[in-house]
Write a protein that binds this ligand. Sequence first.
Ligand code: PEP
Ligand code: MN
Length: 296
Amino acid sequence: MPDTNALRYNERICHAQHLLAKAGQPAKRERTVVDVCGLRIGGSEVVVMAGPCAVENEEQLMATARAVKASGAKILRGGAFKPRTSPYSFQGLKVDGLKLLAQAREQTGLAVVTELMDPRHLDVTCKYADILQIGSRNMQNFSLLEEVGRCRKPVLLKRGMGSTIEEFLLAAEYVMKEGNTSVLLCERGIRTFETSTRNTLDLNAVPMLKRLSHLPVIVDPSHGTGHWWMVPFLAKAAIAAGADGLLVEVHCDPRKALSDGQQSLRPDRFDRMMRELRAVALAVGAELTLPECLPA
Ligand code: PEP
Ligand code: MN
């Protein structure tokens, strides 16, 4: 007796593959390695992107940037334009936030990833950022996807919180069909019936995305759980599942954060997590170099 459930899933996988001219695995034999200022994402090294949910002020950003760099992060995250559920919540420092991110890059050498919400901000964001983040709420904003597809900055595409893997890959296809093939897929949790966590981090997505596509896969355990104390557990699990990188929220004083403090790690806890991640990476045949690690 054929297993009809398994057949149904296999048919769906084939359906997705059929639609993926650019992002699909058969489109390309080798895996894509995305180059960000000379940093390779999608190779053997697990790349950690870390920083505050939102850029709040100069002191906060510089202190966080220095701390995450010292612990081994290679890319600084920080939202200048924030997609907030309430229009009355902090909306971000906008262009001033972008300028602070560029200043932090100058001081630390970290590359910068920040969210682009509106095509009208594309030029100014490209001027200051190294990776354009497309947030979960915009995963199916097709005109925004095509717009970033026409520029040459790497794109970190976050999975829509209610999107299937097929829809996620087809969103990546919107970027790639315009010519920009430097796309990082980011699993950041999906909405389920569960209420004890902010989202349900779908780690199934990691091996599935890597099977269906050649693009690097990043995991965001901060939005995926909504609880800082869960982040190290899920970060380790993500690396064990084959993630090429992580996106983690870090804040020097999470209780005072203007957004997402409850899911932000303090720098000391981030540092401890990085050491644990290195051990997991080594155990699964990946690499994660920390600043004090001497070459073998
Ligand atoms: C973020 O990374 O700060 C963010 C808003 O993420 P998401 O789009 O996944 O909610
Ligand atoms: Mn956030």
